[in-house]
Design a protein. Structure first.
Length: 140
């Protein structure tokens, strides 16, 4: 069976910490390599807010793993992920053979935080201006 490119996004419980996340990634890497696949990259995106609560958790550690494996190897890895207690959710997607590798998200996360700070500063300064100006009277 032919090897194909895949990427898997993992959400790991926040109480596991960075060390728990690294343990999960080590396990995923060994599952892929034991089945004859190769891991091309791992990215740790860190602790992030969830869009909605999962098992009463509002945050999770995110990680992305890109690898080459056969279909049965992917199925075995996903079966093991379902059984891992620290893993809240995961999603595996097949990539095109000529697709570029995933970019490191650190720049995007940093720019998102910068944009949020700038928006907050802008919103805060407009509130201050509204407090400084006296209320206008309707008769003039």
């Amino acid at each position: 069976m032919a090897e194909r490119r895949y990427e898997t996004l993992l959400l790991v419980r926040p109480d596991q910490g960075e060390s728990g996340l690294k343990d999960v990634l080590t396990r995923v890497t060994s599952l892929v390599t034991d089945q004859g696949g190769t891991v091309s990259q791992e990215q740790i995106w860190g602790l992030r807010d969830l869009s909605y609560e999962i098992d009463d958790e509002k945050r999770a550690y995110y990680a992305l793993v890109e690898f080459r494996a056969t279909g049965p190897a992917l199925a075995e890895m996903e079966r093991n992920l379902k059984l891992m207690e620290p893993v809240m959710r995961f999603l595996s997607v097949r990539q095109d053979e000529n697709a570029p590798p995933a970019r490191l998200r650190v720049d995007e996360v940093a720019s998102d935080e910068t944009r949020r700070r700038e928006d907050d500063e802008r919103d805060g300064s407009s509130d201050e201006r509204a407090e400084e100006s006296p209320p206008s009277e309707g008769g003039a």
